[in-house]
Design a protein around this ligand. Structure first.
Ligand SMILES: *Cc1c(COP(=O)(O)O)cnc(C)c1O
Length: 376
């Protein structure tokens, strides 16, 4: 059996090596390392895939969120509502921009932001909501957009884990996650569902003036070279990464389907086991399984992780410390606030290996050992 990895980017590369190597060499030969043809082509193709009016490539997903927040003209002290149960990048940029992060609960089934919790957190200083499509499942965007409209708030979707996920509204219309809010942000970090071979990110919007503003911010605040209108940053997707992403974007649906097949295999093996809650998929969302995350009920999680590690089965806890309890936010004095759902998830989730190259033998090995431990 091949060694089991959380993410196997190398095997995936080998399957497309000829195409990728040729595309990288094309960039090297053209010597247009920054904003070359591949960047323009990828930007266009990604916009077509997502069916969104403006796509702005940038250096990584954290920058994408930061540029989005800068473009909205938020002022120091403005409040931004985000789930506490997410990757740190979502909330770190809020504090970096001297905005105030307001942490709210997630739904215990979908792991995504809880609209009732959002509503309770709104104050006169609230300016934006940042729903996260965690693990590849959509946040409840229809409810979030209704709240945003009612209170005049911006919505920035953190789509770093859910590229390719479909959202179905109650009237039956479908949209890709990342294209529903005021702005969407994503990451092309190598392990993401659409991963480059280095860093990358992108921002999406259907708003013309916000698009212009974000393009300018990502490029040192200039539209005309050397005439800098606003304070911006330097955030570019390079041509080699774009060339890789061009190839992988064409396979994204196939890659997401491969992840769904892995999840179906796990679900089948764990079905009906009272100690395991398998991932929930809401009727409004597809699931692209950036992670396959179980909730354990009455299982010694540390011992399970150690047992799996002994069998050379990797597993991960995403995320062991919720945002509101991170030292980074100590000055906000939130460590002792009560977040029962978030705290319970922090203590009970475990993510198993999931990627496009995992095979039956590996999956059987993983499920057998998880069940051995749990049923012992
Ligand atoms: C990966 C990730 C980011 C940040 O992306 P980078 O490209 O690593 O900066 C932001 N939010 C979430 C939810 C992520 O998973």
């Amino acid at each position: 059996m091949r060694p089991i990895q959380m993410v196997d980017t190398h095997s995936q590369y080998l399957a497309i090596k000829n195409e990728v190597d040729a595309a990288i060499h094309e960039v090297l030969d053209a010597a247009a390392y920054i904003n070359g043809k591949a960047v323009q082509e990828f930007t266009r193709e990604l916009g077509n895939y997502l069916n969104v009016k403006h796509t702005i490539p940038c250096a990584n997903g954290t920058d994408a969120l930061q540029i989005a927040m800068m473009a909205l003209g938020l002022q120091p002290g403005d409040e931004v509502i985000t789930p506490s149960f997410t990757y740190i990048a979502t909330t770190e940029v809020v504090a970096l921009l001297k905005l105030t992060p307001v942490f709210v609960e997630v739904d215990p089934k979908t792991f995504c932001i809880n609209p009732a919790s959002v509503r309770k957190a709104i104050t006169p200083r609230t300016k934006a909501i940042v729903p996260v499509h965690l693990y590849g499942h959509a946040a409840p965007m229809e409810e979030i957009m209704a709240i945003a409209k009612e209170f005049g708030l911006f919505v920035i979707e953190d789509n770093a884990q859910a590229i390719g996920c479909d959202y179905t509204f109650s009237d039956g219309t479908k949209k890709k996650t990342g294209t529903i809010g005021t702005i969407g942000a994503t990451s092309f970090y190598p392990s993401k569902n659409l991963g480059a071979y280095g860093d990358g990110g992108a921002i999406f919007t259907n708003d013309d003036s916000l698009a212009q503003q974000m393009k300018m911010i990502a490029n040192h605040g200039q539209q005309k070279r050397y005439y800098h209108e606003v304070v911006g940053c330097n955030s570019r997707l390079d041509s080699i990464q774009a060339a890789v992403l061009n190839i992988k974007l064409k396979k994204l649906d196939q890659y997401n389907a491969a992840r769904q097949a892995v999840a179906a295999n796990y679900n089948k093996a764990f079905a009906g086991n009272p100690a395991i809650t398998t991932p929930f998929v809401a009727s409004y969302s597809t699931h692209v399984y950036h992670q396959y995350t179980l909730q354990l009920n009455g299982v010694d999680r540390d011992a399970l992780v150690a047992y799996l590690a002994e069998q050379k089965i990797p597993s991960m806890i995403y995320y062991p410390v919720p945002g509101h309890r991170q030292d980074m936010f100590a000055s906000f004095g939130l460590k002792e606030i009560s977040m029962p759902v978030t705290d319970a998830l922090t203590n009970s989730v475990i993510s198993l290996p999931i990627h496009t190259e995992i095979d039956e033998e590996q999956l059987n090995f993983i499920t057998t050992h998880v069940l051995n431990f749990i049923n012992k």
